[in-house]
Design a protein. Sequence first.
Length: 102
Amino acid sequence: MSDNVVVQFVGFEAKALVREYNFYVRQASSETREFTLTIVNEAFNSRRVRYQDAPEICSLRLHRELATYSKPSPRKHITVSAKIDLDEYRNAHAPKAFGQHL
């Protein structure tokens, strides 16, 4: 992924089964593209993810998607995976045990 990529979170929409998070991606050599990432509501209801963490989780997932393709990603709609994306985020942000050294 180029250093000239700007990813901007522009909002979300709560729907019956999912929450949709919308992003604009701008690259120096191309026009602005819009991406929508979804997280199922069950992930929030079961406390697998906190509402305030969802934009960051989606942003990290979108950055991985953009890094995967040398050309613009063909997918404009991306589903955040509970098994991969949410668990990875939760493990990376888990509180450190008392006395644990970095």
